[in-house]
Design a protein around this ligand. Structure first.
Ligand SMILES: Nc1ncnc2c1ncn2[C@@H]1O[C@H](COP(=O)(O)OP(=O)(O)OP(=O)(O)O)[C@@H](O)[C@H]1O
Length: 393
């Protein structure tokens, strides 16, 4: 049994937001503080911790990682509390919401309804899907849509597109931008009959839209880290005071560099896994922080992986549980074989019910599928452009 050496200096494990099964394990094996767990790890790595807890190495890795992510959250909370110690009521938080659109329209009516307006600003959204589901098409379409003006229900912003796979296509973006302008322009005449204050035309070219999409190509994890810590925050600051601040950051994909680049850790696979999960938690926190601080939508594109089960395999988003916990909203894209129809499923949201809606990839970009039986949006409430059937399809 482990002896409690320095209890008074450290928060008891029972006071930490750990999973009940982890709490119980620590209690039965005589671990009372984080310090004791760290000492066990330092003296012989995960295998020592696993032996002292009487569990498998992989389980010890998971528990170690659970503790590490708490450390990171605590650091972040400390940073925040240095600048803002006053509790804020929920009513104040609601009143502090910035004016104007708070979502990036997806251009698919049913998906916008499902998400109550589109991809939310101020938080991290994950788009996960199997190869060919249209993830990159989504990333580019959102980048184009982010430029929509406030009078079309848009957020009137620019995009930073972090391309880790080399799949960003300026030609495809150009086509989408052209189609978007055409779509807005062609509906304007009719809209002006009801809303005469609207301008006669949207004075913009596809080139203007492309100029507002900043692409950062990164080839490995080190470059991604440097981007999150340097060039991305710098770009956000530079654009913040302009008429078109960055309103969307797309990482396409977050999985590729993290899964492909070996982490600089010594030891076995479990330590590698722990280092990777920790790195992902840091990325998720950085993206969430930038999203909240700059009131932008952070979109991380993720791949799918097969989880082996007794009765076969199940396709789930890659990168594991701690990443899944860190994202605010999770959307899963799937492709119906033999058709162009695809489904977007809202798999995780802190405020919306689970739902799904269909979409297709067309030459003009991502578009909705009207009257689709497969659509199952339970969400009600529409916003701005959604009230106008001209804007989404
Ligand atoms: N100009 C276009 N017109 C119509 N469909 C297109 C066009 N360009 C791409 N697509 C369709 O988009 C799909 C590929 O989308 P995308 O590259 O976004 O997939 P992905 O989910 O990112 O895949 P991966 O994980 O392999 O990168 C294909 O089905 C392709 O046919």
């Amino acid at each position: 049994m482990k002896v409690n050496k320095n209890k008074q200096l450290h928060t008891p494990l029972s006071h930490l937001p750990l999973r009940p099964s982890t709490q119980q394990l620590f209690a039965t094996r005589g671990f009372h503080s984080q310090q004791e767990v760290q000492e066990s790890f330092r003296s012989g790595g995960l295998s020592n911790l696993a032996a002292e807890l009487g569990i498998a190495l992989s389980e010890a890795g998971r528990i170690w990682q659970e503790l590490q992510s708490l450390d990171h959250d605590a650091q972040k909370e400390n940073q925040i509390s240095l600048t803002n110690r006053r509790p804020v009521s929920a009513q104040e938080l609601l009143a502090q919401r910035p004016e104007g659109a708070s979502n990036i329209i997806t251009f698919c009516r049913q998906i916008d309804q499902m998400l109550r307006g589109g991809i939310p600003l101020g938080e991290l959204t994950e788009l996960a899907g199997s190869p060919g589901a249209g993830k990159t098409q989504w990333g580019m379409q959102l980048a184009v849509n982010a430029r929509l003006t406030s009078w079309t229900g848009g957020v009137q912003g620019e995009t930073c597109y972090i391309d880790t796979e080399g799949s960003f296509s300026p030609e495809r973006c150009y086509d989408m931008a052209k189609a978007l302008i055409h779509h807005v322009q062609s509906g304007l005449g009719r809209r002006r009959q009801r809303h005469p204050y609207l301008p006669e035309r949207w004075d913009i070219t596809p080139e203007d839209i492309l100029k507002g999409i900043y692409v950062i190509r990164v080839h490995d994890n080190a470059a991604l880290q440097a981007t999150f810590e340097g060039s991305l925050p710098q770009l956000l600051r530079e654009r913040a005071q302009t008429d078109f601040p960055i309103k969307l950051v797309v990482v396409d994909s977050i999985a590729f560099p993290v899964r492909a680049t070996p982490m600089s850790v010594k030891g076995d696979d479990v330590e590698f896994f722990v280092a990777r999960s920790r790195q992902l938690t840091v990325y998720a926190n950085q993206l969430a922080h930038l999203a909240a601080h700059h009131d932008l939508a952070a979109v991380a594109i993720n791949q799918m992986t097969t989880k082996l089960k007794d009765d076969g395999g199940e396709l789930i988003p890659a990168l594991g549980e701690s990443w899944a916990h860190a994202v605010t909203t999770r959307l899963i894209l799937s492709h119906h074989r033999g058709t162009n129809e695809r489904t977007c499923t809202l798999a995780k949201s802190p405020r919306l019910p689970a739902a799904s809606a269909n979409y297709q990839v067309t030459s003009a970009g991502i578009r909705g599928v009207e009257n689709s039986n497969a659509s199952n949006s339970q969400a009600s409430g529409q916003k701005r452009a959604l009230e106008d059937p001209q804007m989404t399809n």
